[in-house]
Design a protein around this ligand. Structure first.
Ligand SMILES: Nc1ncnc2c1ncn2[C@@H]1O[C@H](COP(=O)(O)OP(=O)(O)OP(=O)(O)O)[C@@H](O)[C@H]1O
Ligand SMILES: [Mg+2]
Length: 319
């Protein structure tokens, strides 16, 4: 580890699935007490990166150090010890439906500690109070709203007093007000508990509210890793001075603003290929030599993935 407050250090991380290289030399660090937001278009490898951080995927090359330990050198039980210091918030909250909110939180403490029942009960109350859910302790997941489920998931993620919290799309599917309250909660928790948080999100409002630092992934690499202020400056860079920005900065600006036009959509435009494919003809015949531009709208490109394969098991009890 380079400095003592680095809690996550990712070095030259490469991940391939078959012949698809999803992560192509990713470097980044997360420091204690900071919120780092990871962004990028759909399918660019954000969840894959997160899964390496929690040790549910092994890299093809490079390394992931968490709290000073190289995850690839750990056996299952050592890995699970490290994981006790994580809190992971699944997209849906991933609560057990047959248990009350309180029991969902208690379960983690029962599984991982040898604390007395009455102490556990007290700890559960503290965690539920932290996320503003003490009143709903006895309700079942089916009886609470989506936002409350997220809070319950968060209370459970906090059960073991984690040093690092991982969130994948914490505000997906929530209304703007609930989503803003989850943002507020994430900031509060980071400040109150001094935990580090890694957040994958598509919601730019949310990203700019919670982030201390932001990391933009593109084509398997880190395109920009900087403070929120630097990203804000880029987002607000005036259109008439666009030529001051290089290609990658323009691409990031487009992403941050959610603009339909720009280098991001241009590089994704497949010239006439779709029409040609559909009609089963050679593209040049179809267009008489000219090409057809099919431009995709960036808002569609960066929609949340259909399948979240987060935190597949590599032996973790509850991951
Ligand atoms: N277990 C796997 N096996 C094969 N391919 C995978 C696997 N996991 C992810 N991929 C592929 O890796 C790429 C990146 O996926 P990932 O889920 O990390 O994207 P993402 O950035 O999180 O996207 P989204 O914003 O849509 O959630 C995709 O092309 C996906 O199909
Ligand atoms: Mg994802």
């Amino acid at each position: 580890m380079k400095s003592s407050d680095v809690v996550i250090e990712i070095t030259d991380l490469v991940k391939r699935f078959g012949d698809q290289t999803v992560l192509d030399g990713v470097n980044m660090e997360v420091h204690q007490g900071e919120v780092v937001v990871v962004m990028g278009g759909s399918g660019c490898g954000k969840s894959t990166l997160l899964r390496h951080m929690v040790g549910s995927l092994q890299p093809n090359a490079g390394s992931v150090h968490i709290l000073g330990q190289d995850l690839s050198l750990l056996d299952e039980s050592q890995l699970n010890e490290v994981r006790k210091q994580f809190g992971i918030l699944f997209q849906s909250g991933a609560l057990f439906n047959s248990m009350s909110v309180a029991d969902n939180v208690a379960l983690i403490l029962e599984e991982h500690t040898s604390l007395d029942g009455s102490i556990i009960e007290m700890m559960v109350k503290i965690k539920l109070e932290l996320v503003g859910l003490r009143e709903a302790a006895d309700k079942f997941p089916s009886q609470i709203s989506g936002g409350m489920k997220k809070r319950a998931g968060l209370a459970r993620a906090l059960a073991l007093d984690p040093k690092i919290l991982f969130y994948d799309e914490p505000s997906a599917g929530l209304d703007p007000v609930t989503s803003a309250s989850i943002d507020r909660l994430m900031i509060d928790l980071t400040q109150k508990l001094g935990v580090a948080s890694v957040v994958v999100t598509h919601e730019m409002d949310s990203a700019f509210t919670i982030a201390d630092r932001m990391v933009m992934l593109h084509q398997g690499r880190v395109l920009m890793n900087d403070t929120r202020q630097a990203f804000e400056k880029l987002r607000d860079h005036p259109l008439e001075r666009l030529d001051e920005l290089d290609e990658s900065k323009r691409l990031i600006r487009q992403f941050l603003r959610g603009d339909a036009e720009g280098p991001m959509t241009e590089s994704n435009a497949v010239e006439g290929a779709y029409a040609a494919d559909l009609l089963g003809v050679d593209n040049s015949k179809l267009t008489g030599g000219r090409s057809i531009q099919t431009t995709r709208v960036v808002r569609n490109m960066d929609r949340p993935g259909l399948i979240r394969r987060l935190f597949g098991r590599r032996g973790a009890k509850h991951s």
